[in-house]
Design a protein around this ligand. Structure first.
Ligand code: ATP
Ligand code: MG
Length: 321
């Protein structure tokens, strides 16, 4: 074993230097999102029938799983009312108009509808916030119909519970769960840069890792934790039904015919991986086998140079120690 060449602590250092979003930047984003949500709250105070009901941080910044390369913050925006358009394009235009009403200081070019979200650019900081609409009917737990960022369909789900779900896994393996998520996402990002067809959604990566953690896999040694992840993908062929019973029982699960079945932890009828084809699943499995082999080779290599060579197969040329 050549653990002395690249050890757990080297991977931890690499994560700190190249993988993780630095704290100051994360704080800037969070502050920006908070300003948006505070302003909406005070606007609602003055205009109780305003149809935007809440803005909250969602996505990786809320979960603490952002990569250094993340270029924007995701926030969810709850909208309710009879006159809210259901057509996605009209809904985004509607949302942009409402945001301009609540934020009269924004210039028109700062609030732009995109394909499935509205981007708000802050001129001072240069940070963008991606606002994702959720159609909301007053549910006390803040469940609603989230606009899918993959295909614009409506997904019945609950963002605060997703954040709570990830938080509970982070608590069980402090520092390490979130770190292994970010390392796995970094692997995905590298593969995407090599192959534009490669897809592996962050939410799916998190759920696979949550399953492994729930099964008792220890994440405190990063090379080993990554091996758990790659071995699982390779062995299961990513064909297992993955679900969680935090918020529902197995009896409530829907019937799923799709090749990949990683079920939303808050809605037993929502397959978070329903858009993945057999071909895309195969590409993930093949990449996982290669990454697993590379880590084995890295751990068995006898020189530092060889060890780095193999780790670069997993994380790309930016890997160095
Ligand atoms: N298919 C889905 N069903 C339900 N909720 C979803 C689905 N896809 C995404 N979400 C919600 O949107 C959030 C953000 O999506 P995702 O996890 O893929 O991106 P992210 O955590 O922001 O990561 P990235 O760093 O890639 O931006 C998820 O945490 C989840 O709350
Ligand atoms: Mg995101």
């Amino acid at each position: 074993m050549a653990r002395e060449h690249v050890s757990h602590s080297d991977i931890a250092q690499f994560a700190k230097d190249k993988v993780n979003l630095p704290r100051e930047k994360a704080d800037d984003y969070r502050e920006q999102a908070k300003r948006l949500s505070d302003r909406i709250e005070s606007y609602i105070g003055e205009h109780p029938d305003f149809t935007i009901k809440r803005i909250m941080l969602s996505g990786s910044l809320a979960k603490g799983t952002s990569l250094r390369s993340s270029s924007d913050a995701d926030v969810a925006c709850y909208i309710s009312g009879a006159d809210v358009p259901k057509d996605i394009k009209k809904l985004l235009e509607y949302l942009a108009e409402k945001l301009k009403t609540a934020f009269p200081n924004f210039k028109p070019e700062q609030v732009k509808p995109q394909t499935y979200s509205v981007t708000v650019s802050f001129i001072g900081t240069g940070l963008d916030v991606d606002i994702v609409p959720i159609l909301y009917d007053g549910n006390k737990e803040w469940s609603g119909n989230l606009v899918s960022q993959d295909d614009g369909s409506f997904l019945e789900t609950c963002i605060p519970k997703h954040i709570e779900f990830i938080k509970s896994r982070k608590k069980k393996q402090e520092t390490h769960f979130a770190q292994v998520v970010r390392l796995a996402k970094f692997w995905v990002k590298y593969l995407k840069s090599e192959n534009e067809k490669f897809r592996f959604k962050s939410f799916m990566v998190e759920l696979v890792l949550a399953k492994l953690s729930d099964e008792g896999k220890d994440f405190s040694d990063y090379p080993e934790a990554l091996q758990h992840f790659f071995t699982y993908l390779a062995k299961s062929n990513i064909k297992d039904l993955i679900y969680f019973t935090d918020y529902y029982t197995a009896k409530e699960l829907g019937e799923f015919k799709e090749p990949v079945r990683i079920i939303d932890p808050v809605n037993p009828k929502n397959n978070a991986s329903k858009l993945y084809t057999t071909e895309q699943a195969k590409v993930i499995v093949e990449a996982a086998i290669e990454a697993g082999d590379a880590i084995d080779a890295a751990l068995a290599a006898t020189t530092k140079q060889d060890t780095i060579y193999y780790w670069q197969k997993v994380f790309g040329p930016t890997f160095n120690i």
